[in-house]
Design a protein around this ligand. Structure first.
Ligand code: ADP
Ligand code: MG
Length: 318
């Protein structure tokens, strides 16, 4: 199979009206008049981000999901995506599973694949996805927009992807039943992109939790020149963590990555509107803290005592 057959068979799909998809020198996307284009790229490298035997369907799904998560974190509406793919060899079963999962999510999210590039790479698979979205000018949810007094919210639950990864890599003692329960959160994260598109105007700052709640919230605090208190007892701890030791739960919930849910801040007057929006889109949204002046991030328990934190690479701790 040559490069062109491969592109035609696996990566060429009908696109919606107003689009020009695969096959010309550029793709064309119907950006609505007056809207701002939002764009982001993520790179996945075999051996670094995934193992050589990783399930191709999970890879195809996740390569796009992590990018849609970035659009959600800006409050942008998905418009389309591009796929750069380097492969050591043509493995049709791998390509079919990868492409089917990719296109299924692209369709679901209104983010059609409109182009890309395909090359050979002797040293392993490289997957690069770029997404495009649109947002009202000046209404994107920037990391720098948090204000003292804002509530801090998180969507979904915390901890399950981290737990799944620890069990899969043997870093935690094997728990096959719990792993089976947690694994979809790692391999099939569902970013709340519909909910997120309605946050501009209600939320101030937002980002997606890819590196862990403390680390990622730290980015908002740094960009906004603020501090924060998190209420540990209010965190939406995933039910799969219930049987675990308290210290493991804390690690998973505060520092566990790969979540692809949103952490966002919003003035307290918008509490009801956000709860309503979350209900409308079937998203769990939980208030977990408050933005303060200063530069420290504190985590408190129900009695107001500091929760011990052991996290590397973060320097805002009290
Ligand atoms: P060019 O020579 O203009 O770079 P290519 O031969 O690389 O074009 O690609 C032909 C068409 O196929 C282009 O429209 C390109 O966007 C698309 N394409 C190539 N690889 C992929 C891919 N992995 N996924 C989606 N579209 C692709
Ligand atoms: Mg090319």
């Amino acid at each position: 199979m040559n490069e062109f057959d491969l592109i035609r068979r696996y990566f060429t799909r009908p696109v919606p009206p107003g689009y020009l998809g695969v096959g010309d020198d550029c793709a064309l996307l119907p950006v609505a008049p007056g809207k701002q284009l939002a764009t982001s790229t993520d790179l996945l490298i075999e051996g670094r981000h995934f193992l050589p035997d990783a399930d191709p369907a999970s890879l195809g799904y996740k390569a796009l999901a992590v990018n849609i998560s970035d659009l959600a974190a800006m409050g942008a509406e998905p418009l389309g995506c591009m796929l750069g793919l380097s492969l050591p060899r043509v493995d049709e079963a791998w390509l079919a599973a990868f492409a089917d999962a990719f296109h299924a999510l692209a369709h679901e999210a209104g983010c059609p694949l409109v182009g890309g590039d395909t090359t050979r790479s002797p040293d392993g698979i490289v997957i690069s996805v770029t997404v495009f979205g649109q947002v009202e000018p000046d209404r994107a949810l920037r990391r720098s927009a948090a204000l003292p007094g804002d509530d801090i919210w998180v969507s979904g639950t915390l901890g399950a992807p981290h737990a799944a990864l620890q069990w899969l890599t043997g870093q935690w003692p094997a728990q096959p039943a719990l792993l089976a329960e947690a694994r979809p959160a790692l391999e099939r994260p569902v970013p709340p992109w519909r909910f997120a598109q309605r946050l501009p105007g209600l939320a101030h700052a937002a980002l997606d939790i890819s590196d862990g709640l403390l680390q990622d919230l730290g980015h908002i605090l740094k960009a906004s020149g603020c501090g924060a208190i998190l209420y540990y007892h209010q965190l939406p701890i995933d039910a799969v963590l219930q049987p675990l030791d308290e210290s493991l739960v804390r690690e998973a919930v505060l520092s566990g990555g790969d979540v692809y849910q949103l952490c966002f801040t919003s003035p307290s007057r918008n509490r009801d509107a956000i709860a309503e929006l979350a209900r409308a889109f079937d998203v769990r949204a939980t208030r977990i803290g408050v933005i303060e002046s200063g530069a420290q991030l504190k985590v408190h328990d129900a009695a107001g005592r500091p929760v011990p934190i052991t996290s590397r690479g973060f320097d805002h701790f009290a």
